[in-house]
Design a protein around this ligand. Structure first.
Ligand code: NAD
Ligand code: MG
Length: 392
């Protein structure tokens, strides 16, 4: 019996994870669930999955949850320390890291330091902490399995026991596919007028709002390039982004002998979630089998860096190294939230990120404290730029 903690249980990935777990009650139990503010939804989940512990974002939310599930034995707590506890407890084996953004870093790192099987959806945590996170995984013998569909596909297309050395494994390139999001074909001149509703309407995937906006700017793909760098030990020039609007091929690995291995499937996150939960076995995920005969043509083309400046900014941050990716990520989180709050326009997102990258110095990612200090500094700078843009 694997005992699973889900950080971010009420989100899109959290709900999909519970859907998979519910299909295999004999193999998986839920140890703990967390949510930030959606207490009512968490209460329903607690009723169904009966976790030993539940963690929310504030004292008020905790009080409300305690009332809602007073008849259950679930222990309720709140705050970052409690998140770190449920991620590292000796009562859990597997941690699904599905909090969105930098808020997930501390508990995800706590899971790695406790040597857990870490299922990583929270790409921002790895983008921020890069080498430090990978070092913690190695030192504490944690198992890191990617949930991001692209990285899960790459993981499946690499040899077993791949040791983060592309050259040694004969890997020529990692081909990261990207749908291109909702604005792949929209006239570039009209992108200034995009609304949050339009940006969140992804053609192939139903996801949380932050990652949906990231998909529309293609910052998501940029963060995924950095994520692939750390997960697979590939330098920036061995990672190629390929636009593939149908999202059927979830990514590929190109080998020196000319072979290209790919993982295909219907676009449903329950496939990578089930893969990582059961790895190296396979379990039913609830996703329909792919029917190739009903499929329209599969298209591939190169990304347009002019249309999607965020993708170029992410490559720049990866090449700059140190805390530059943390700077990029924090500026992006602030800008995306300001866009969702209708304070700035869609194209202002890349302007804010670029200005923060240009104006703020980055340093060595020598410790988690240094990374968090860079994150805080970038948030202040981005906030000032957003205020300026919002006034004009
Ligand atoms: P979501 O917005 O649907 O859910 C986010 C979850 O995080 C919620 O449970 C929320 O309660 C929690 N949360 C939010 N802010 C928090 C905070 N400050 N402290 C603690 N918890 C907080 O997001 P999602 O789409 O499920 O994405 C989660 C992560 O998975 C993101 O990092 C995203 O990039 C990644 N991811 C998502 C998908 C997808 O299909 N949704 C695919 C690949 C990767
Ligand atoms: Mg992805």
């Amino acid at each position: 019996m694997q005992r699973v903690t889900i950080l971010g249980a009420t989100g899109s990935i959290g709900v999909s994870t519970l859907d998979v777990l519910a299909r295999h009650p004999d193999q998986y139990g839920v140890y703990a669930l967390s949510a930030h503010s959606r207490v009512d939804e968490l209460a329903v989940q607690c009723r169904q999955f009966r976790p030993a512990r539940a963690v929310v974002g504030s004292a008020e939310a905790a009080a409300r949850l305690r009332q809602l599930i007073a008849d259950l034995p679930t222990e309720v707590a709140y705050g970052e320390q409690a998140l770190c506890e449920i991620a590292s407890s000796s009562d859990t084996d597997t941690v699904m890291a599905a909090i969105v953004g930098a808020a997930g870093l501390a508990p995800t790192l706590a899971a790695a330091r406790a040597g857990k099987k870490v299922l990583l959806a929270n790409k921002e945590a790895l983008v921020m902490s890069g080498q430090l996170f990978m070092d913690a995984v190695r030192e504490h013998k944690a198992t890191l399995l990617p949930i991001d569909s692209e990285h899960n596909a790459i993981f499946q297309s690499l040899p077993a026991h791949y040791a983060r050395e592309p050259e040694a494994a004969g890997v020529a390139k990692i081909l990261l596919t990207a749908s291109g999001g909702p604005f792949l074909k929209r006239a570039v001149g009209t992108l200034e007028q995009v609304t949050p509703e339009e940006a969140c309407k992804h053609p192939n995937w139903a996801m949380g709002r932050k990652i949906s906006v990231d998909s529309a700017t293609m910052m998501n793909k940029g963060l995924e390039v950095i994520e692939a760098h750390w997960l697979f030990g590939a330098p920036a020039d061995r990672i190629e982004v390929v636009i593939h609007p149908q999202s059927v091929i979830h990514s590929m690995v190109s080998y020196v002998d000319g072979s290209v291995l790919a993982q295909l499937g219907n676009p449903d996150m329950r496939t990578p979630i089930a893969h990582a939960l059961a790895y190296p076995e396979r379990i039913v995920s609830g996703v329909a089998q792919l029917d190739l005969t009903t499929m329209a043509a599969l298209e591939f083309h190169a990304p347009d860096f002019q249309r999607f400046p965020c993708l170029a900014l992410a490559f720049d941050a990866l090449r700059a190294g140190g805390t530059a990716p943390a700077l990029l990520n924090a500026a992006n989180e602030v800008a995306v939230q300001a866009f969702l709050d209708r304070r700035i326009g869609f194209r202002d997102i890349d302007r804010v990120v670029r200005r923060v990258m240009d104006e703020e110095a980055h340093g060595a990612a020598s410790s988690i404290e240094a990374v968090l200090a860079q994150d805080a500094q970038a948030r202040l700078a981005a906030g000032r730029i957003v205020d300026g843009l919002a006034r004009t």
